[in-house]
Design a protein around this ligand. Structure first.
Ligand SMILES: *[C@@H]1O[C@H](CO)[C@@H](O)[C@H](O)[C@H]1NC(C)=O
Ligand SMILES: *[C@@H]1O[C@H](CO)[C@@H](O)[C@H](O)[C@H]1NC(C)=O
Ligand SMILES: *[C@@H]1O[C@H](CO)[C@@H](O)[C@H](O)[C@H]1NC(C)=O
Ligand SMILES: *[C@@H]1O[C@H](CO)[C@@H](O)[C@H](O)[C@H]1NC(C)=O
Ligand SMILES: *[C@@H]1O[C@H](CO)[C@@H](O)[C@H](O)[C@H]1NC(C)=O
Ligand SMILES: *[C@@H]1O[C@H](CO)[C@@H](O)[C@H](O)[C@H]1NC(C)=O
Ligand SMILES: *[C@@H]1O[C@H](CO)[C@@H](O)[C@H](O)[C@H]1NC(C)=O
Ligand SMILES: *[C@@H]1O[C@H](CO)[C@@H](O)[C@H](O)[C@H]1NC(C)=O
Length: 906
């Protein structure tokens, strides 16, 4: 079962149109209003709300209810409201914007229910359990701590490094803090030491100091809190969180249906800031990153947190599919996309934690995955459905079954001819009785890239949490035992002839085929506009056992998602921070990144997973603390290191050990990806760049540091119009350490590909030498930008210009006779004479086929005036500002100087 809380109503199951989806829906006529500090009133603490009182006075003509008030000038000043009158959204927006002191007005975006799977159905009714019985976990020899071992956390715990002194704020659904493994209470001195609630269980605005939640939908925050800091307690499973001595502050911002809205999240963040947390962990998102570059107040707040030294760690979301043919690049959700946020990807747990065994009436052993063993002392009958996703099959079964309390209703999951997923099992709402035990057996799945490798990504086992199927207990068996079961069931004569006996309540664990590899659903970066590498790092997130609300919900659950990987990284951050209290966010992040372990691609183990899928790789908190080399940066995008030195980077290495060390540097390619997969090519391919180092080996004395310069040489033949990303690692290897820095780079090819043409007697002529135009007959151009840019312009220069472009639309050596314009060029562009401009686009300009179609010779001069340049020879200079480039600096643009455009009279 995948978990990630999302504040989008768009449940993503397809990504092809990812980029075109807008960010979530807005709450009707609700607004977040950013206000200027009220300077007329003295700034004493008692008047922290002066800006709000003043706003209310000035907005007296508008009818509204106040939702939340934001009073911390270091986070956000303002108020959020919902209009109650009859005024429309179109009328209200300008009215609000016109009020003095209002700096910005944004809509209140709604969070949706968790994305994969939809867990809305089982939340009815919102089960709440006031009086939980004690925990009752089983014993066994399973590897419950496998996820901690994967990240070196067990070794730190053995040394007593458990996150003491670090405060972690969690923005989530609230928590069942009554759970003994979570300290059994709330308040100062407890594990869950603080927090607040800004939403009620049923989604109303709230403002209380109690983040308790006991409903099924509140399980998400309870699970997240356990991964961070649960303890092993009597009656519970013998498993601990990543930073069990850190203190947790829970900010309840999502209701029992997993929904929230933007101003609720801002309220939670404001309170976390007031509480002076060191880290904010957010396993939530708003849906796909904005394609338009639209800014939300939350973006600015996340940056302010980072500036104030509070690390913001956010899940990437679970929108990627299992298909190796899916366009997954750029799929991550906002706000993990924020440059200063640490985005987290999910790695599959090496072991499925809890497997129990049953014996069938033929004597065969059938192992099953479940949090708790089935308690049916006299054995259970089994009723096998034809199709678990067919509601009618359930209705018929429930009418036939004689002893529902001793019967398991079984069905095949992922059968080739049905494709029924276990979590999509049909509904029995129309039946007077409900199932008590449900069992899905899995069909084998085959790796489409490498058919020899079975079940490479789809897990052998899965267990939706207790509560997902209402009061029924669900168990799951793998494809091998599934085949055994169906065959024995048939040969025994089926229902009432075949039985499963449950004698042992001891568990084991089972190795997972995809263990240690990136989980297929974990979203990909980089960010749209600036190619920031996302995720920064990955952690175990697939099939993680942690705490769950008490009572019938069982107290523990095994869940999967980047939601689970995020508190793991937050915990690791706390462990490192506890050892280096003075370290900046960047320093802690760099330590975590360079010591992480890159993983192979789940569909093809001959290549490293692309860095936009795994970031630095699987975290290793032990190495992050005990590494004796401090390396920066922790990641880089080749284009943004320097404005004018594209393709280069500098790496700084500090040797903090007590003796001299020699480091050798090398390059290792990781998967190439692009956004326009043709003909189902695999989405990661072995196309790599190379690197040139100023020195391939460097000896650094104890306590000293040194820098190495490098250039990345991209692979050849990359088509920039596919929005490609190639990726890899710079390996920095010494006798005792194997470190690396992940990078990404987009194509170095030209980002623009323009052509100009004329209509000669209705025939389209594209020329690269001299184009004769009778302007009135019309002429046109296609000037596509193949990648993102923040400035795109076309200027008209005299044809004898000496400006140096980096692409030319003509043969520079060809001779021609220059026919100057009757006018003197009287504007300049990049310090070169020009007549004026045809177009300037500013902002987030998406890759598109810009074109200019005209039938005159008019340009816009630097004074803003339009005038006709008339007959003569001109060239168009087409310029697209490179990412990170400075406007007005020629070297920072990708430029194209076109052929002679010769305007003549008829
Ligand atoms: C969510 O549920 C709806 C209705 O049951 C279904 O059509 C849709 O495919 C589901 N979405 C996902 C992502 O599974
Ligand atoms: C919550 O209530 C307190 C006390 O009334 C108030 O100071 C604070 O601004 C409120 N918080 C929000 C987000 O509205
Ligand atoms: C079950 O586990 C307990 C505790 O580890 C052990 O004492 C007991 O012998 C086990 N029982 C079986 C049947 O393996
Ligand atoms: C099944 O068990 C429940 C709870 O123990 C009980 O209320 C119910 O009557 C039982 N149903 C039957 C058909 O025995
Ligand atoms: C690398 O360092 C050198 C020397 O300090 C500097 O000139 C250059 O601009 C740097 N390059 C990058 C890409 O930061
Ligand atoms: C271009 O030609 C004009 C004459 O029309 C001349 O004045 C100007 O100096 C020339 N520019 C260059 C860069 O040669
Ligand atoms: C450039 O010259 C043209 C033609 O004389 C005139 O219309 C225009 O205003 C001038 N532009 C500037 C910026 O001086
Ligand atoms: C990479 O993408 C950016 C942003 O669109 C673009 O400006 C740049 O030219 C591309 N290529 C390189 C090598 O920077």
């Amino acid at each position: 079962m995948l978990f990630f809380l999302c504040f989008s109503s768009l449940l993503s199951s397809s990504f092809v149109s990812n980029a075109l989806r807008s960010t979530s829906t807005a709450l009707d006529k609700a607004y977040i209003i950013q206000l200027a500090p009220e300077t007329e009133v003295s700034g004493s603490l008692s008047r922290r709300d002066a800006h709000i009182t003043t706003f209310h006075k000035r907005a007296a003509s508008i009818e509204y209810d106040v939702r939340y008030e934001f009073k911390n000038p270091d986070v956000f000043l303002g108020v959020s409201i919902q209009a109650t009158g009859t005024a429309s959204d179109e009328e209200l927006l300008p009215q609000l914007k016109a009020i003095p002191g209002v700096e910005s007005v944004s809509r209140v975006y709604s969070f949706g229910i968790p994305i994969l799977p939809n867990i809305s159905a089982p939340m009815e009714p919102m089960l709440s359990y006031p009086d939980p019985p004690p925990l009752n976990a089983s014993a066994g020899a399973g590897k419950l701590g496998s996820s901690l071992q994967m990240g070196g956390v067990d070794k730190l715990h053995a040394l007593g490094i458990k996150g003491k002194g670090i405060k972690i704020g969690v923005v989530d659904t609230g928590v069942d803090y009554r759970h003994p493994a979570l300290g059994g209470g709330f308040g100062p001195g407890r594990k869950i030491a603080g927090g607040a609630s800004f939403i009620t269980d049923d989604g109303q605005v709230a403002n209380s100091t109690d983040p308790l939640t006991t409903c099924y939908g509140g399980g998400h925050g309870t699970h997240v809190a356990g991964i961070l800091g649960m303890d092993s307690v009597p009656g519970g499973f013998d498993i601990v969180g990543v930073a069990p001595e850190a203190t947790i502050y829970m900010y309840k911002a999502l209701d029992c249906a997993g929904r929230s809205v933007g101003d609720t999240v801002i309220s939670a963040l404001s309170q976390a800031y007031e509480d002076k947390v060191d880290i904010v962990s957010m396993s939530i998102g708003t849906g796909p990153q904005s394609y338009s570059g639209a800014v939300d107040p939350l973006a600015d707040i996340i940056k302010k947190f980072t500036d104030a030294g509070i690390a913001v760690i956010i899940a990437m979301a679970n929108d990627a599919t299992g298909s190796p043919y899916a366009i997954n690049l750029y799929s991550e959700e906002w706000p993990s996309t924020e440059t200063t946020a640490i985005g987290v990807g999910a790695v599959s747990n090496t072991d499925f934690p809890l497997i129990y065994s049953a014996e069938d009436s033929t004597g065969a052993i059938i192992q099953y995955a479940s949090v708790y063993p089935l308690n049916v002392p006299d054995g259970a009958d089994v009723y096998l459905l034809d199709n678990g996703c067919d509601n009618n099959d359930w209705t018929v079964a429930l009418s036939i079954i004689k002893d529902i309390n001793n019967t398991i209703i079984a069905f095949g999951a992922n059968l080739a001819d049905q494709g029924c997923k276990a979590i999509r099992a049909g509904s029995w709402a129309g039946s007077p009785i409900t199932p008590v035990y449900i069992m899905a057996y899995n069909a084998p799945t085959t790796n489409p890239v490498n058919p020899a490798q079975e079940d490479p990504y789809l897990s052998a086992y899965d267990t939706p949490s207790q509560g997902f199927f209402g009061t029924a207990q669900f168990i799951n068996i793998n494809s091998v035992d599934g085949a055994k079961f169906t065959s024995n069931y048939a040969s025994s004569g089926g229902y009432l002839k075949y039985k499963l006996n449950f004698k042992s309540s001891n568990f084991t664990s089972a190795l997972q085929p995809s263990g240690g590899l990136m989980d297929y659903y974990s979203d990909f970066g980089p960010t749209w506009h600036d190619y920031t590498l996302k995720p920064q790092i990955s952690a175990p997130g697939g099939h993680v056992l942690s705490t769950w609300p008490l009572g019938p919900l069982g107290g523990y659950a095994i869940l999967s998602g980047t939601s689970m990987a995020t508190p793991y990284i937050s915990g690791c951050f706390a462990l490192v921070k506890s050892q280096f209290p003075e370290a900046t966010i960047e320093e802690v992040k760099n330590r975590l990144q360079v010591t992480a372990k890159p993983t192979l691609w789940v569909f093809d183990s001959s290549i490293l997973a692309a860095t936009p899928q795994q970031g630095a790789g699987l975290v290793n908190a032990y190495d992050a603390i005990f590494s004796t080399s401090v390396i920066s940066p922790g990641q880089f995008t080749v284009t943004d290191i320097s404005h004018t030195e594209y393709g280069t980077a500098n790496i700084t290495i500090e040797n903090t050990s007590k003796s001299s060390k020699t480091y050798s540097l090398s390059h290792q390619g990781a998967g190439y990806m692009d956004y326009n997969l043709d003909h189902q090519e695999e989405n990661q391919r072995a196309i790599y760049g190379t690197a040139d180092f100023s020195q391939s080996s460097i000896t650094i004395s104890a306590g000293q540091q040194s820098s190495v310069h490098l250039s990345i040489i991209p692979p050849s033949g990359i088509d920039p119009s596919k929005l490609p990303v190639f990726s890899g690692y710079i390996n920095i290897v010494s006798d005792d350490e194997d470190l690396q820095i992940p990078y990404i780079q987009n194509s170095t090819s030209s980002a623009i590909f323009p052509r100009i043409w004329s209509y000669n007697q209705s025939v389209l002529t594209v020329d690269t030498g001299i184009l004769d135009f009778v302007a009135e007959n019309g002429f046109g151009s296609s000037l596509p930008t193949l990648q993102w840019t923040r400035e795109f312009r076309v200027d008209v220069l005299p044809a004898n210009t000496t400006i140096q472009a980096n692409n030319y639309g003509f043969d520079k050596d060809a001779e021609y006779t220059y026919r100057p314009s009757a006018f003197t060029p009287n504007s300049t562009i990049f310090d070169h004479e020009c007549f004026g401009t045809l177009t300037v686009l500013l902002g987030y300009i998406e890759p598109s086929g810009n074109g200019i179609f005209r039938s005159d010779t008019i340009v816009t001069g630097s004074d803003g005036g339009n005038w006709a340049v008339g007959n003569g020879d001109y060239r168009w200079l087409v310029s697209a500002l490179r990412w990170g480039g400075v406007s007005g600096v020629l070297g920072d643009y990708d430029t194209w100087l076109g052929p002679v455009v010769r305007f003549v009279s008829e």
